[in-house]
Design a protein around this ligand. Sequence first.
Ligand SMILES: CC(=O)N[C@H]1[C@@H](OP(=O)(O)OP(=O)(O)OC[C@H]2O[C@@H](n3ccc(=O)[nH]c3=O)[C@H](O)[C@@H]2O)O[C@H](CO)[C@@H](O)[C@@H]1O
Length: 360
Amino acid sequence: MPKLKTVLVTGGAGYIGSHCVVDLLQAGHEVVAIDNFANAVGDEEGSPALRRAETITGKNITFYKADVLDKAQIMKIFDRHSIDCVIHFAALKAVGESMQQPLLYYQNNLLGMLNLLEVMRSHNCYQMVFSSSCTVYGEPEYLPITETHPTGKITNVYGRTKYFIEEMLKDLSAADEKWNIISLRYFNPVGAHPSGMIGEDPTKEFTNLMPFMAQVALGKKPVLTVFGSDYNTPDGTGVRDYIHVMDLASGHVAALNLLSNNHIRLKVYNLGTGKGVSVKELVNVFEKVTNTKIPLKYVERRLGDITAMWADATLAKEELGWTTRYSVEEMCTDFWRWQTMNPDGYPKKSKTSVIVNGKS
Ligand SMILES: CC(=O)N[C@H]1[C@@H](OP(=O)(O)OP(=O)(O)OC[C@H]2O[C@@H](n3ccc(=O)[nH]c3=O)[C@H](O)[C@@H]2O)O[C@H](CO)[C@@H](O)[C@@H]1O
């Protein structure tokens, strides 16, 4: 039986955070979620994504509008709740923006993590699941990529923040054996909760393939620009390992279970399907399952893009007992359901019943 925990989810109102909250609640864990709404819809009154997560699960979430850069505020939350484990999603993640504003990214992602770790230590909380990325591998030396592939040769600042944090976690766990940390390297998260109630609704401009393609299918954008058709791949377009966001969510619950029952100090796992899918293939599946036609415009390669990347997820299967359950068709169907049920995303101003700052 997994031990039930009180889990602090930072960035809980965001795309991956909100889906993970659903899975945590369904597994019986208590959730205290925080978000500063830097890239998620919500305000002082709460988050529509988390309100819907409550509806899906029939459980309550305690929510604070809080920023990991505000150490005093995080201290107060730890004073108030007996947190067993932190799942840390809160971070800035736009590659282009990170190149223009490196200090913003280093401050937010590195300092936010430092604050959290210090507050955790002061409250004797030593368990963390960290949201890392396959971007730490840089251009692959071999495929599929295993966790032992070298890291650090990264071409963008966002990716470097993830890499630096992983290095920081190595130093920390080597220095103090109390820490029990799992870093999860995500491949390309797509899809949405199968209910269509929660999904991806960034407040910042987005550039990822699936949300962009869905905007084209909805008629909100005229054409999908395909970045490069001359890659050394079977059809010339870039290849990625797309993973359904609910599979990612269940990976976090599995990681939490492992931390509950074992003292591993620090471990890293790939969360991917192990299957590479090209841009053209993803477009074809999306058109088929949504019965739409996506106009394409082929242009030059995007600066900083790699040719192909997919995971070897054997380690997560063996040690976390985790495997993916959703197909590429389901990733597209679920994303489309979310988009068509919520063409403008979440209601931008809504009262929520989520408990804010400990008050209903
Ligand atoms: C360089 C870059 O931004 N990398 C980030 C991007 O990965 P990544 O670039 O893999 O993800 P995207 O969804 O942006 O792109 C996937 C594939 O689709 C292609 N494509 C994308 C958009 C589009 O309008 N047209 C098009 O052809 C890309 O060239 C790529 O081959 O998102 C990940 C999170 O989700 C981050 O961890 C990566 O650091």
